[in-house]
Each structure stands twice: as structure tokens, then as C-alpha cells.
Design a protein around this ligand. Sequence first.
Ligand SMILES: Nc1ncnc2c1ncn2[C@@H]1O[C@H](COP(=O)(O)OP(=O)(O)OP(=O)(O)O)[C@@H](O)[C@H]1O
Ligand SMILES: [Mg+2]
Length: 337
Amino acid sequence: MESSIHTKFDNSIIIPELAKEPVEPHINLRPQNFDEYPGQERICENLKVYTQAAKLRGKMLDHCLFHGPPGLGKTTLAGIIAKTMDCQMKVTSGPVIERAADLMGILASLESKTILFIDEIHRLPANVEEILYSAMEDMRLDILIGQGPTARTVKFDLPPFCIIGATTRAGAISAPLRDRFGIQEHLDYYTPAALSKILLRSAKIMNTHLEEDAALLLSKRCRGTPRIANQLLKRVLDFALVSNKVTIDCDIINQSLNRLGVDSEGLSLMDREFLKIMEERYQGGPVGLEAIAAALNEEKSTLEDVYEPYLVYRGFILRTARGRMLSDSGKMHLNNI
Ligand SMILES: Nc1ncnc2c1ncn2[C@@H]1O[C@H](COP(=O)(O)OP(=O)(O)OP(=O)(O)O)[C@@H](O)[C@H]1O
Ligand SMILES: [Mg+2]
């Protein structure tokens, strides 16, 4: 059902019927179990087996490491595992654990069968990381007391626990730490079919009717990423509300995405700037990421973690030994905009 009057965007403020039931801006869209988590099927199927086996044995799950680009569901997956295992989950992250003593304190206070989720685990300082080695492998803390010849190591047994590490940079994790994770999975970009399911579920939670073809259209323009899909959906709902549209159809999706600067391939303004700089300043490359970062006035690490992986995944950029190159499809895309 759609209002006949305000279907175009304009600057007037309209109070349509939908406004009587406002959408909560911070509504929780995070899936709580595997059934609510479309996509990453192979990983989920395996994790279901590992969690079930651990429960049958009455033991904790082996330590897990999830890596992949931002917004693909690593934290969500950790939460689902904790719920499936009926465990409490404590959350911390690499950059906030500055000293070895901080991590020892966290580990020593863990209750039995706790999942310790360490986000951005690649940012743990080296001396802190070393504490994890014996903790993960032998469920034990080796605490060095004193200095010089009188120094001695005190061993402190830890209760059964499981570490789930998450990172956008698997390559930045040291080999000894990586090797201590018995379960390691790489999360990849989602297919439009999986993203459509996610969008339809989110729309339902937000009390909105999203047409199936509109969900598929949006799913093809959200960089294969659930977080972006949900963010775009929320913005589309804003545009729909203000234009007095009750049903989300392809028309409102197209209008909204155009206004948001999201192009037909789902690339953002920043993605296109990235490609444009390569073409206009460096004749398509090869060019180093530092040079592109300087031209874009952006951190190299942000380009590396957030923008580049999807452009490489879509084949718009090629990573070569001599630097980044704009591919033929990248050039074609720029010329078609
Ligand atoms: N498979 C999925 N199904 C439904 N929603 C999902 C799925 N994966 C992620 N989401 C949604 O996307 C959002 C981002 O997911 P999450 O925070 O788990 O990503 P992440 O990989 O931990 O990102 P980051 O690397 O930035 O920490 C979540 O709020 C969740 O609602
Ligand atoms: Mg996360």
C-alpha cells in the first residue's frame, strides 16, 4: 500500500501514516542463533558440528579465529556460539589490553566455561600476546615473580575457557598465536541471495514491508556486507517515511541509493574516488597504496581494511608485485558512471 500523494522527494516535512509507529533507530538487528544468520553456510554448518560435539563431550569449544573484512558478522558469530554453548561471553579488544598484567587479570578472573572474545586481536602487543600462548595451549598462566637469579615462575591453572579472536587482518597475526586457534575461518563477502534474506528479516523486525525484488536490488548494491545492507535499509526507510511511502519497492530503493551516492555496482563515493585517483593521477597504475592514501587524505590502513578488499574482490583493482593497478573492468565502470 502506498500513498498517492508524496512519492517524490522534496524538502517539505510530511507526516505520513508510518510516523504513527516510528522505527526505533537503534533496534537490534543482530542475529541470535544460526537460523537467523544467512550466508557463510559452510562455516555455520561446521560450527554447528563443533559446538554440538563440544557439548556432547562436556568440554569447551576449541579456540576460534574469525577473519575477514569489516561488517561480515565475526562478532555476531561469536555471540551465536556463546548462546549455542550456553556460555557467558566476555568481550575485550586488542588495543585496550596494553600491559601483560591487564590480560593476566582478565584471564585469572574468568569463570568456568566462559568465552573470551578478543576483537582486533592483531593489535595485541607482543608481550601481551605471549601470555596467551600457555593460557590457550595448556589452560595455564605462567607468572614470573621477582627478578634476576631469584626469579621464579608460578603456574596458575585456568578453568575451561575458549578464546574467540576476530580480525580484519589475518596476515598481521603472528604465527605462534595463529597456530593456537584450532578453528580458523575466513568470512567472505555475501551473495545477493543471502543479503536479501538478511534485509527481509531486518525489514520485518523494523515493521516495514520490503518487496522481494526491492530486497534483491538493494542486496546487489551493499558491497556484499550485512552491516552496510542494514545501514542502507535504514536510510531507505528514512527516505520512504519522509516521502510517505509505506511499502519499500525498487523505485524508492533506486531514488534513495542515488541520493546516497551509491552507484549501480554498490560502490560508494570513496570507492569511486579511489578508482578515479588511480586512473587520473597514475594512468591506472601500478601505484603504491601510500600514494593513493595521501591523495585521498585517508589512512593507508583504512584503505587496506575497508575499501580495497571489496574493490579487489570485484576485480576493479589488481594487486601486483609492482603495486595496485586499475583493471579493465575498473576503467569500464568509471567510464560508465
Ligand atoms: N549473517 C548475518 N545475518 C544477519 N545479519 C548479519 C549477519 N552478519 C552480520 N550481520 C549484521 O551486520 C552487523 C555487523 O556484523 P558484525 O558486527 O558481527 O561484523 P564484524 O565482522 O564483527 O565487523 P567488524 O570487523 O567491523 O568488527 C551486525 O549488527 C548484524 O546485525
Ligand atoms: Mg566485530
